[in-house]
Design a protein around this ligand. Structure first.
Ligand SMILES: *Cc1c(COP(=O)(O)O)cnc(C)c1O
Length: 482
């Protein structure tokens, strides 16, 4: 495929770019570039073809089955985009007077009410840009809470070994030490290990429930109580909310603060790294620490931004990615209370349907029932045939199916983690089950060939290490080398 620079025609003039409608300004000389910017020049038609070609070279949720465990790749209803593109939502500027964006602020307040109700929380911020950013924000709030109470010895965050890697990373970035607790043989929190880990230095616990092997921890009330008794706070990683929304609430499980992944549970696009949204909800005790610029309704019935009493400050420019919030709120309002619980129940049903279709052949390390996702282990297949989880994942691409999550959670060797979601049809799941079973048999019949899959994609098997360690992400200009 040609890159946009290779499509460029020298000297081509684009007269369809409108002239600037703001006064021009001359920068001081030291900030002015000394060389001309190397921009490709192509016609609108060629530009459009370039992006269409790029879009065809990838695989998205609109292309086929995409059962990416933990990531909840559900259908993104198109009405979300329609509402987000209303001119009153789209044609606004972050610095325009508050009196002229009353409807947008009302959207925040309405979203806060719905998300608080779904999660059993008292308040929400929509500033963080993704789940991991939400974790970081909430951990700063936990830190501020302990500091305000003069509890400065609380420097440790407890995290189970099944957790997503962002949990320890966010805790470390927020300045905490990490205490790892092992999982028991069911993949759940080992209560004895947790009791041994808590103490006067515990700032809090970070937990995903259902956990990353797709199992709801039955001891959840005891777990959150152990942490509270020790003086710590409980943090809910909401990445798996799709299994329980409208059925059980993190607030009722004993959690004090949660993050949500809007691009997972609430059907907004995952979109190549952004813009995303990772709202943080909290109980009343943490409300005064929420990020600055907190939208609310004043006593006069107007909407305005406010500064929470002990705010941690802002975590994102302006108010977060507003157009993602409008999409998520549209989704919630379209479903309504009944639709929300129906969708999570259907997600759980679908995962169990697939698990049942696969468990006679594939090894299922944790139980015969699951919540919205489940984990297979290819450990034995690998030993018997030298076909790994990665090889199966690559082979799936030839069947126009996106691979499931691989090698996560790390407590399962040769893991494949499937999450069909509520929006797949029985037919699609039946086809997928068939393909997985065929690949299993093929591994035992002729494992050798697996190392060359995929064969029918634009790009074949990549050198994974090289692709990760030395990717070429910028066009290499030949003549000057810059
Ligand atoms: C996806 C995920 C995260 C991180 O969320 P991002 O929105 O990708 O930053 C955290 N925890 C779990 C369990 C996840 O699946």
């Amino acid at each position: 495929m040609k890159l946009i620079f290779e499509r460029s025609i020298e000297g081509y003039e684009n007269d369809w770019i409108g002239s600037s409608d703001v006064p021009s300004y001359n920068l001081p000389n030291q900030f002015v570039r000394q060389q001309d910017l190397k921009l490709p020049t192509v016609s609108q038609n060629e530009l459009s073809r370039h992006y269409t070609e790029l879009a065809k070279a990838t695989f998205g949720v609109n292309d086929g089955f995409y059962p990416l465990g933990s990531c909840t790749m559900k259908y993104n209803p198109k009405i979300n985009d329609e509402v987000a593109s209303f001119s009153g939502f789209k044609e606004i500027h972050p610095l325009q007077p508050v009196s002229s964006i009353q409807g947008c602020l009302e959207t925040y307040v309405l979203a806060e009410r719905w998300f608080s109700e779904i999660n059993g929380m008292d308040a929400f911020t929509f500033q963080p840009a993704a789940g991991a950013h939400g974790e970081f924000t909430a951990l700063l709030m936990i830190k501020a809470y302990h500091q305000k109470n003069g509890d400065t010895k609380r420097t440790k965050i407890i995290i189970p070994d099944s957790a997503h890697g962002t949990n320890p990373a966010s805790a470390a970035m927020a300045g905490f030490e990490i205490v790892n607790v092992a999982s028991d043989q069911n993949g759940c929190v080992d209560l004895a290990a947790l009791k041994a880990a808590v103490g006067e230095d515990t700032a809090g616990l970070m937990l995903t429930n259902p956990n990353t092997v797709g199992i709801f921890d039955k001891n959840i009330l005891e777990i959150t109580d152990i942490v509270h008794q020790a003086g710590g706070l409980n943090y809910y990683d909401g990445a798996n909310l799709n299994a329980i929304m409208g059925v059980v609430r993190p607030g009722d499980m004993g959690f004090d603060v949660v993050h949500l992944n809007i691009h997972k549970t609430f059907s907004t696009p995952h979109g190549g790294g952004g813009p995303g949204l990772g709202p943080v909800g909290c109980k009343g005790l943490l409300k005064e620490f929420l990020p600055d610029h907190y939208p609310l309704m004043t006593e006069e019935g107007q909407f305005d931004f406010s500064t929470p009493k002990s705010t941690i400050g802002m975590v994102k420019g302006f108010y977060g990615h507003f157009s993602i919030l409008t999409r998520a709120l549209t989704y919630v309002l379209m479903l309504g209370a009944e639709g929300i619980s129906a969708s999570s129940k259907t997600a759980v049903l679908h995962a169990n349907y697939m698990l049942n279709g696969l468990k006679d052949k594939y090894e299922v390390p944790y139980g015969s029932h699951c919540m919205h996702e489940f984990v297979l282990s290819l450990e034995k297949v690998k030993k018997d045939t030298d076909v790994s989880a990665l090889d199966i994942a690559k082979a799936l691409l030839d069947y126009q199916m996106h691979p499931p999550t691989m090698y996560f959670p790390m407590i399962v060797p040769e893991a494949l983690m499937l999450e069909p979601t509520e929006t797949e049809s029985k037919k699609t799941m039946d086809e997928a089950i068939q393909v997985y079973l065929e690949l299993y048999d093929l591994a035992y019949e002729n494992g050798e060939q697996f190392h060359e899959f995929p064969k029918n994609t634009l790009v074949g098997r990549l050198d994974e290490v090289k692709a990760a360690r030395s990717p070429i992400v910028r066009y290499q200009f030949t003549e000057s080398g810059d």
